[in-house]
Design a protein around this ligand. Structure first.
Ligand code: ZN
Length: 437
């Protein structure tokens, strides 16, 4: 059963107000009107006294989380070969696994697992890479559409510097992307296409130009990778000699924001000039701390992005990140920021809980519009968390409970989930819990 119209959820409401402030409303009412947040109140206001209220008791109600960077086909090998570095990891795991998605039967098996786990997580919005395969990408979109999650999904483009078994001809890559895009724009309510050059080295100049033209023609957002690793930055310098930087290389092809929303994963090695360009074009950073640790890529200067007002959210980057949890990404973001401060640059202070929570909610959510907060007019994306099984002997306030959820919880603690005011059917055990309430 789905709920729309006007209703309220009652519980301990927690949401980011700004980058460094979280609001805590104990036993409050969160009102939804036509899929949008109407407001958060201590008592139901006049005119809303008769609306349906679902009482979640002492549970926590937070905005849905946004994953700005995840690879659907890589979910199958999450947790494997985590002792390799980027290039070996790509050649040994990623490319051979992604090639399997030419087989639709395999794709169905793998994507069903991926989509089901995403549905049961605290994520309500995600930017997802598929593979080069058009049919498998359509299948992924159909499976996601049925969940009610709001996702942007990309058919990946690769026409050079890729293994033979995972390399398209330039003409085919452009043609099939256009066909897929036109079709996908008409078909879905919850999911939408996003232009997805894998990264600059795997796309020829002609293809990059074609993708930029497609993006402009259909006002379609763009996602890719940027400055993940030192050898890659050097490689791009050789491939694109006229560009001033890696960011400038994308910008020269018209794939670096300005006209359409654009998100770049990693951004570990970024110059001051690139930061200026990102700010000007409002390019989003998908900060992927676990991935950057697992593949020894480095530590992105996130505090700098926040100070300079470059939009930043978090990415799980499965399978370079082992988990799809954006709570884990929040914790990892704080952890790596401390190492960066200690080992690389003592001028950039470590991140706070408020900042990490902001990036996983309102910061990344902004890529999807007014998403990731309970301020009036925001999309009604909410996750209800039951933290009662995280035992403790001492009294805890709401901030401490949120911190423990970030560091200690997993999907079993999620007991309900809404996207744009519609309830998402999560795992069966939750239904039993709901009957008990
Ligand atoms: Zn990635």
């Amino acid at each position: 059963m789905r709920e729309t119209g006007c209703f309220a959820l009652k519980g301990n409401i927690i949401y980011p107000d700004s980058i460094d402030q979280i609001r805590y409303v104990p036993k409050g009412y969160l009102i939804c009107e036509n899929g949008k947040v109407m407001g958060v109140y201590n008592n139901l206001p006049e005119g809303y006294l008769n609306i349906r209220v679902t009482d979640y008791g002492d549970r926590l109600i937070i905005p849905g989380l946004t994953d700005l960077h995840i690879h659907g086909p890589q979910y199958a090998f999450r947790g494997l070969s985590m002792d390799l570095e980027l290039i070996d990891w790509l050649n040994e795991n990623t490319f051979p696994e992604e090639a399997r998605y030419s087989d639709l039967e395999y794709a169905k098996k793998a994507y069903t697992i991926f989509v089901n786990d995403l549905k049961n997580s605290a994520t309500t919005r995600a930017c997802i890479f598929g593979t080069i395969h058009e049919e498998a990408t359509v299948l992924l979109m159909e499976l996601l559409e049925a969940t009610g999650l709001k996702c942007l999904v990309g058919k990946v483009n690769m026409d050079r510097n890729s293994p033979d078994y995972l390399c398209e001809s330039s003409a085919w890559s452009a043609k099939s992307t256009r066909r897929w895009l036109k079709d996908a724009l008409k078909k879905y309510k919850n999911v939408a296409p996003i232009i997805t050059p894998r990264f600059l080295p795997t796309c020829s100049e002609a293809l990059l130009k074609e993708l930029a033209a497609l993006s402009e023609e259909y006002m379609c957002p763009v996602q890719s990778h940027l400055s993940e690793n030192i050898a890659e930055v050097k490689w791009v310098r050789e491939l694109c000699k006229e560009a001033k930087s890696y960011s400038d290389a994308y910008d020269r092809f018209g794939l670096f924001g300005g006209k359409v929303p654009t998100v770049m994963a990693h951004c570990v090695y970024i110059t001051e000039e690139e930061i200026e360009l990102m700010k000007k074009n409002q390019v989003f950073v998908a900060h992927c701390p676990e991935s950057n640790t697992n593949l020894s890529s480095g530590i992105a200067p996130v505090r700098k992005f926040l100070e300079e007002k470059v939009p930043v959210g978090l990415g799980s980057d499965v399978a370079a990140g082992s988990s799809n949890s954006i709570f884990k990404a929040m914790a990892a973001a704080i952890q790596v920021s401390k190492l960066r401060w200690r080992l690389v640059d003592s001028d950039l202070k470590p991140l706070t809980i408020e900042e990490a929570f902001y990036m996983g909610t309102k910061g990344g959510g902004a890529f999807f519009g007014k998403v990731g907060s309970f301020l009036e007019g925001y999309e009604f994306d909410a996750v209800i968390i039951d933290d009662s099984s995280l035992a403790h002997p001492q009294p805890l306030n709401l901030k401490q409970r949120l911190e423990r959820v970030i560091y200690l919880s997993d999907d079993r603690h999620i007991c309900d989930k809404y996207v744009s005011g519609s309830r998402i059917e999560i795992r069966d055990t939750v239904k039993d819990l709901r009957q008990l309430m």
